[in-house]
Design a protein around this ligand. Sequence first.
Ligand code: FES
Length: 521
Amino acid sequence: MSRELRSQGWFGKKDKDGIIYRSWMKNQGMPNDMFDGRPVIGICNTFSELTPCNAHFHSHAEAVKKGVLEAGGFPVEFPIMSLGETLLKPTAMLFRNLASMDAEESIRGNPIDGVVLLTGCDKTTPSTVMGAASVGLPTIVVPGGPMLNGRYKGQTIGSGTHVWKFDEDMKTGKMTQEDCEFAESCMSRSIGHCMTMGTASTMACMVESLGLTLSGAAAIPAADSRKKQMAQLSGRRIVEMVKENLTIDKILTREAFENSIKVNAAVGGSSNFIIHLTAIAGRIGVELNLEDFDTIGSKIPLLLNLMPSGKFLMEDFYYAGGLPVILNELKEHLHKNVITVTGKNHHDNIKGTTDCYNREVIASYEQPLIPEAGCVVVKGNIALNGAVIKPSAATPALMKHTGRAVVFESIEDYNERIDDPNLDIDENCVMVLKYVGPVGYPGMPEVGNMALPKKILEKGIKDMVRISDGRMSGTAYGTAVLHVSPESAIGGNLALIQNGDMIELDVSQRKLHLHVSDEDL
Ligand code: FES
């Protein structure tokens, strides 16, 4: 390595500043040779006990440090703002960009040559990757890993996905409060993030498919010792990446983003993927628009049978072979002229690790679970700029549906009236929720899969068409048209819909139409 490293702009100085840069670091017991020009590796830790999904990250950081030291680097761990999905109000999404700025300036402003991102809960992955992309150093991600499968009274239960089910069962009297509290412990029974294909698992698959992790990292459960092995190996690898000057921009090319869109379709990833991938692309200077997600991903079949689209969980995905099996199934459809953190492409990385051990969990490309599964962009007079629907989480019979609008003017209005026995609604209606987009409700809450009225649930109905300018949790399911743009708060036609208007959704025709004339609108 002949090139002088960035960190030597601090630690290599022979003047007063050099004394200051080195001396204060030595109060941690660091010997003099740590400042001799070896790669300094920042370990960006999103640990917080208020982000339960990331609360185990100290042990991952220690494993990364071991790897960095073994490879001759100098590891330095630093915290950044941690965004936990369950507790933080009004919504973690409101602070994603703030956290990305924290990551960016912490990396840029310090004597760091390469960075390892420890990520887990939903927003901690995109925020740190966005920050790292803006700085442009060699970067590797260590996903924190999902929780072990939830088990409750003999049945497998999934994070988030079963929250909606428990809530419905409480409303209809099938579950008591006591049952529910017992089920809570059964659902979250180990360290790690949500083990459904919610947004955290989606983000883990996203970074692996983008080439930002070592191969197979996404699916390893947090409690599995191989997760720490992966962290240690990532620590070794980032030192080599610094020596090779393998910066993040060499990995995050347009082709890498296209690969990731295809993989997201195949795993039934969250609709939040669209929002986060677009933000990362913006930071690295790759052009990516809403239509790309439909054009590139919508024809890709669903291969992974995980909740909320299917029946298994991340632990099963890992035992079935993990993301390398998916990458292998998609190999004819993925760009090969991309490199990953190993310096090689996926095809080379996954050699010898492509056997599928459970075809019920990971289907083959030839015999998929659903033939076309990627997010679809629908347009029409309700959504002139488009709206998003995730077909793998929707009810096939509702993908072409016309119904009478039942309108909620705000989330407060929805909460107040949804279980009113006098609400004029039946299962053929289309539920509309306004003012929950980024401007209307800063943070764009995950309320797009609004729960059905109690009186509909009591009939045994599980799904209805729902339309909003908000988001939907990746752990949720339903025929939910999301992210309607322009949103109601900035004058989108969504704001003009009235009770009784007829709305037509036709996913195959990419159509979302309000049967009201242009003149009336
Ligand atoms: Fe953290 Fe679901 S709440 S991943």
